[in-house]
Write a new protein. Structure first.
Lengths: 600, 122, 121
């Protein structure tokens, strides 16, 4: 029986390999290779002069163009965002009443685990990579990434990673989703004891996480190499844009953090499957927490630095001024990058570690608040007396600052040991980090998606829907997560599928907020997809009127050039669009200038 | 050389990272003077190591980043961030003015155009 | 469209290899972890073959054949590590070694049969 299974698997695998080889042979003429450049040591030198790509789906499967890969990352990230959002919607519905039995407790735990991992690893990191892939080469005047093929590999590792992480939810016999929470603390995640976490679903999730880590590491090496070596002649360190600075810092963090996660995951997999005892016993549990958080805390900054870069980049464009204290922002970004590796055990204050060590982690955690606060003051000062235009991206930037202040200040309190010992493992923590990840990171992502929408789609989004999306998100975020902070003050512990009756009203408030958020995101998806398909085309290389305030930047210049080339070529497919184009001019202007545009 | 790169403006920019350094330093002094949990060879070594390592790394990184940025300012045209590769972009105000241009040519010859070169030769 | 030969010759911004490298890694990992040895071997073949193909395409290797042998060497070492060290997972180790052997054999056979093509490089 077993032999037959192996045999069948061998045959299937063989057929698959032959099919792949046949497909490759069909599209690749292996004998047609000509020597590339003399030594041929530089792959990317072979000349991207020819813009040709195959058409149809083959183009997307084989592309190594940074813009295409950026779009793939973005699509992937948004799909993951939808999945993670639906998961948490189900969870919040379950929490509407303590006696609710909409889903089982096990399923709640599964959703809790997958929601966290999906949002952090399958939405957060990829959506940042989407912006970085599309924009960094444009902003620094590079032809493409330093290693375009590595770039493609890094992306294509992600879909298998998602399938593995979600595998437990698929109707596969004997497979259940992981219920370890995203922190995967041992001994639970080691599968020992009476629980059901020895199931292969956990192994698959760990493998998927490992893959996403490999992907992120490949991407980060690529970004570091690109920013160091591929900058245009005029792009020096002194005028490198803030977004590229944050991507550079983030890539440095990934480079040191993710391999450690990968190693820890492999050790855990060995513990689970091959009888090793890395994480056995109390010491092992502490070892896991140290390894995990030595990755996990930098991961927080991996996720937040590039969004801060987006806000630092977009917010001045709609304030009519340069970013106040540009270099403060750059240096404080670097400071966050370094200090983020010195604070990991502030997640472990309650573990009973030596009080001396705890005190040191508290000190560095308090110190790291400063660079973040510096940025906040810079954003506010940039808007101060500026010619603020409340476009959708700008609204999201302001929402970012607002939410980040609440998320940040609640975090400073958690950095203090005595406060943390009270609030540890309560909803306060959940509220705190959701203010940062949803209220700030996702908001900055939206700001970027709207700001560069004309750049990557060639079309304009619907501004009313965009603003509805903002207000629903802003209101929903604050209702949901402020209620969570209050729940935490009341002592509501994290991660439970039910609660004591005294917490009912605040939980219901949080659920209502989550539903408001849900409606907002439905609007977003509708706006995003419909505008991409049918929105008015943008024929202006400067859709945000940045030239007049002297804030025009390289990526729009690239877009302008592209438009001009398309016109020179007699851009055929845009035929029907000219009429829309007229409308679009107006819609752009209204969105861009409905507040203070009259001033000039 | 270092003095020319770390002029008053650059030092002012770098103060942003001096603040967290100061906070860490403050706690180091506090833990030495007050020693609230007593001194134990291993635990205290780790305790101060956890403060010293980020302190040193941050100081070093701040130094090199400041040198790279300020060095690039002194050795090539400065544009508004994100504008350097825009067609027809004009460099920001004073940095390519005449008083400095002579000196700039010299440093250019030695340093090359990028800041990392500048950082290397010190 | 896909009937046209020489994808990466014609389309400078396209390469078929990354997709399969990325597919080979998880297949091989799954196979090695769960002891599904055909998956392990197949995934590694897919991975190794695609690495060799990509190295050739981007000009790091002149022919895919020698690159296959080069890829096989670390794989063989990894497999030997699984078999002979305290990791002590002989079946999985042999699967990795088998993949290495197949890759190396493909490389040897390929270069033997394609000597006539060498002068064109």
């Amino acid at each position: 029986m077993q032999v037959n299974g192996q045999l069948a698997l061998t045959v299937l695998m063989g057929i698959f390999l032959v099919a792949v080889a046949a497909w490759l042979a069909r599209i690749e003429n292996w004998r047609s290779y000509t020597p590339i450049g003399g030594g041929g040591a530089l792959g990317q030198q072979e000349g991207y002069v020819s813009e040709e790509k195959p058409s149809g789906i083959i183009r997307w499967l084989t592309t190594v163009d940074h813009k295409d890969i950026g779009l793939l990352y973005g699509t992937y990230g948004l799909i993951a965002f939808v999945v993670g959002g639906l998961m948490v919607t189900v969870m919040r519905i379950e929490l509407i009443d303590p006696g609710m039995s909409f889903i089982s407790n096990q399923f709640y735990n599964s959703l809790l685990t997958s929601h966290g991992i999906t949002m952090l690893f399958l939405f957060g990191t990829p959506i940042i990579a989407a912006f970085a892939n599309y924009l960094v080469p444009l902003l620094i005047g590079a032809d493409d990434m330093a290693f375009p093929r590595i770039n493609a590999i890094a992306f294509w590792l992600l879909p298998p990673a998602a399938l593995l992480i979600w595998a437990g939810f698929f109707p596969i016999p004997d497979l259940i989703p992981a219920q370890t929470a995203w922190t995967m603390y041992t001994p639970l995640s080691a599968g020992v004891g009476a629980g059901n976490q020895a199931n292969a679903g956990v192994d698959l999730m760990l493998l998927g996480l490992h893959l996403s880590g490999v992907s992120a590491t490949m991407g980060s090496i690529n970004f570091i190499a690109t920013i160091f070596t591929e900058r245009g002649d005029d792009v020096s360190w002194a005028n490198l844009d803030i977004f590229s600075w944050t991507i550079l810092t983030q890539s440095g963090l990934i480079l040191f953090a993710f391999p450690l996660l990968g190693s820890a995951l492999v050790m855990l997999l060995f513990d689970r499957n091959f009888g090793t005892t890395f994480f056995a016993g109390e010491g092992g549990a502490m070892l896991w927490q140290h390894l995990f958080w030595f990755f996990g805390h930098p991961e927080v900054y991996i996720l937040v630095l590039p969004p801060m870069g987006i806000v630092s980049y977009v917010l001045p464009r709609f304030s009519g001024r340069r970013l106040f204290g540009f270099k403060f922002v750059v240096y404080s970004t670097l400071a966050i990058g370094v200090l983020s590796f010195g604070v990991w055990a502030h997640h472990m204050f309650a573990t009973g570690m030596d009080p001396r060590l705890r005190a040191s982690f508290m000190a560095v955690s308090l110190a790291i608040a400063i660079p973040s606060a510096v940025k906040t003051f810079n954003w506010i000062t940039t808007m101060w007396n500026g010619r603020v235009r409340l476009t959708t991206p700008m609204l999201f930037c302001i929402g970012f600052v607002s939410n980040f202040i609440i998320g940040g200040v609640t975090g400073v309190f958690l950095a203090s040991i005595p406060v943390d010992l009270i609030l540890h493992d309560t909803y306060y923590v959940v509220g705190h980090f959701h203010y940062v990840v949803m209220g700030a990171i996702a908001f900055a992502g939206f700001a970027g998606l709207y700001y560069w929408y004309p750049l990557y789609t060639g079309r304009m989004y619907q501004k009313t829907l965009g603003k509805a999306h903002f207000w629903l998100s802003m209101v929903g975020t604050n209702i949901t997560f402020f209620a969570m902070i209050l729940l935490g003050y009341g002592g509501m512990p994290r991660r439970y599928a039910t609660y004591l009756p005294q917490f009912a009203s605040l939980h219901q408030v949080a659920t209502i907020g989550a539903l408001i958020l849900f409606v907002g995101q439905v609007i977003f998806v509708w706006n995003f997809v419909q505008s991409w398909l049918e929105g008015p085309t943008v024929d202006d290389g400067d859709p945000w009127d940045l030239r007049e305030s002297g804030l025009y930047t390289a990526e729009w210049d690239w877009y302008d050039q592209k438009l001009q080339t398309a016109i020179a070529d007699g851009g055929e497919e845009e035929d029907s669009v000219l009429t829309d184009g007229g409308d679009e001019e107006e819609s752009v202007r209204t969105d861009g200038g409905d507040v203070d545009a009259a001033d000039d | 050389m270092a003095n020319k790169i770390f002029d008053r403006d650059t030092l002012l920019d770098l103060t942003v990272n001096v603040v967290p350094l100061f906070i860490i330093g403050f706690f180091v002094v506090g833990f030495v003077v007050l020693a609230p949990f007593g001194i134990d060879p291993l635990a205290s070594a780790i305790q101060f190591g956890l403060l010293a390592v980020p302190f040193v790394l941050l100081a070093v990184l701040t130094y090199f980043a400041g040198r790279a940025v300020a060095g690039a300012e002194h050795s090539s045209d400065v544009y508004l961030p994100g504008q350097a590769s825009v067609r027809g972009a004009e460099p920001l105000e004073e940095f390519d003015d005449t008083p400095e241009s002579l000196e700039r040519d010299q440093t250019n010859a030695v340093e090359g155009e990028t800041a990392d070169d500048a950082a290397d030769d010190h | 469209m896909d009937a046209e030969p020489g994808l990466s010759e014609q389309y400078r911004m396209a390469s078929p290899w990354p997709l399969f490298i990325a597919l080979g890694i998880p297949i091989a990992e799954l196979g090695i972890l769960f002891g599904l040895l055909p998956l392990a071997v197949g995934g590694l073949l897919l991975f190794g073959g695609s690495v060799a193909g990509m190295a050739t395409e981007s000009g790091y290797a002149r022919t895919p054949w020698r690159a296959l042998v080069v890829v096989a060497i670390p794989l063989a070492a990894l497999g030997a590590g699984f078999v002979f060290t305290t990791i002590n997972l002989p079946n999985r180790g042999f699967a990795i070694v088998a993949a290495a052997v197949i890759l190396a054999a493909a490389g040897v056979v390929g270069s033997a049969f394609n000597t006539t093509n060498d002068p064109t490089y």
